[in-house]
Design a protein around this ligand. Structure first.
Ligand code: UD1
Length: 364
């Protein structure tokens, strides 16, 4: 029996771990699920456990919010006895959040093998905390499980040997394909009164966008302008809600509809019928590509270059004028059709990821 201990903590981790916990494995596997508690609101965590039918975590570390140092430090300390108690064969970490790096660091120093799901993804923007987390986690990982060829090339450039790299595909796509019908069945556009209309969905939460008053102000003005022509549903992350209040920007949103952060199914159910998505999320860039929905990503870089190549996603500077002209270009073009999905974005990434770990265990 191979014991996989999965560490998750923040919203974008949950849809990535779900397919691994359910994946068909070629040999017996035991799963242990650890939640660091980086995200703790019902809307940021419990709703995802419910939508994704995740089992209750075996361990919950309750680290909560804090500066990078405080949050990461608490995770390091809390994780060590958990790894001692469960003695896993592999610690499996996901994506690029602080929980990812913390778990990889503790496990590697204890001589436990680390597998990184979504390895090799790079924005090449070293000011993003997520980029630091990605680069360091990949250096620590024994197995870098990548979404595809461009990620493999990034890892090779950083000196990671081929023996540690396995292209398995995009686990977010596994979850999306598995749950899309349930998301559609919720009838979210009807519930929010936008059914049958062209509407936009917006989400912004990156520190680089929302922690700066000037940049958040530009985003708010862009949304307020768009809301004069179509309904704009702004799903507001707690970080963003805090900044809107702190910077006195909440009153500038005009007709924009503020919506609490939604669960996984609710979000997909809204996005799949949107005319346009405005975001700085990594996950939504991937999801809109698979759903064939036009996406404007308010950033100067992306770690998901495949989504731009597919034609659904376009980068736009986080400035009101730039967003306004990009929106006009999207609305002036016919609605996007679902582009062919990149290779390995086929719904079977998790199965390949588990198989890669088992194969590496047997050749140890
Ligand atoms: C984290 C990830 C980011 C990811 C995002 C998704 C890192 C470095 N960043 O950013 O990559 O895209 O999650 O949501 O790991 N808060 C709440 N309730 C919660 C969680 C957070 O109110 O359940 C508030 C707190 O004020 C907290 C702030 O949001 O200080 C930021 O939370 P944090 O986990 O530090 O980072 P995110 O911005 O969520």
């Amino acid at each position: 029996m191979t014991r996989l201990l999965h560490v998750v903590g923040a919203r974008p981790n949950f849809m990535k771990v779900a397919p691994l916990l359910r994946a068909h494995a070629p040999a017996p596997v035991e799963h242990v699920l650890v939640h660091t508690g980086q995200h703790y609101d019902v809307a940021m965590s419990d709703a995802f456990f419910r939508d994704l039918a995740l089992p209750a975590p075996d361990e919950h570390l309750g680290v909560g919010s804090g500066s990078h140092a405080v949050q990461t430090g608490r995770m390091l300390i809390a994780l060590e006895p958990v790894l001692d108690r469960h003695a896993p064969d592999w610690v499996v970490v996901y994506g690029d959040v602080n929980s990812t790096l913390a778990a990889a660091l503790v496990a590697q120093k204890k001589g436990i093998r680390v597998a990184h799901v979504e390895a090799g993804v790079r924005s090449f923007d070293r000011t993003m905390p997520e980029e630091t987390n990605r680069v360091l986690t990949d250096q620590l990982a024994d197995l870098c499980l990548t979404p595809g060829a461009s990620a493999d090339a990034n890892l090779r450039r950083e000196g990671i040997p081929d023996a540690r790299i396995r292209a398995v595909g995009n686990v977010m796509v596994d979850t999306l394909l598995a749950l899309r019908a349930r998301a559609t069945a919720l009838g979210m556009p009807e519930h929010l009164g936008v059914a049958g209309r062209a509407y936009a969905v917006a989400t912004f939460h990156r520190a680089g966008n929302v922690d700066d008053r000037g940049t958040l102000g530009e985003l708010v003005h862009a949304l307020a302008h768009l809301a004069t022509t179509m309904p704009v549903l702004f799903l507001v992350h707690p970080r963003t809600r805090g900044r809107l209040g702190e910077f006195g920007l909440a009153g500038s949103l005009g007709a924009v509809q503020l919506v609490e952060p939604q669960g996984y199914l609710e979000t997909i159910g809204l996005v799949e019928r949107a005319r346009l998505v405005l975001t700085d999320s990594g996950g939504l860039q991937v999801e809109t590509t698979v759903l064939g929905v036009p996406c404007l990503t308010a950033r100067t870089t992306t770690e998901w270059t495949e989504t731009v190549a597919s034609g659904t996603n376009r980068l736009v500077a986080p400035e009101a004028a730039a967003i306004r002209s990009a929106v006009a270009a999207v609305l002036g073009a016919p609605p996007a059709a679902a582009a062919p999905r990149p290779p390995l974005w086929d719904g079977r990434a998790a199965e390949r990821a588990v198989a890669a770990m088992l194969e590496a265990s047997s050749t140890r």
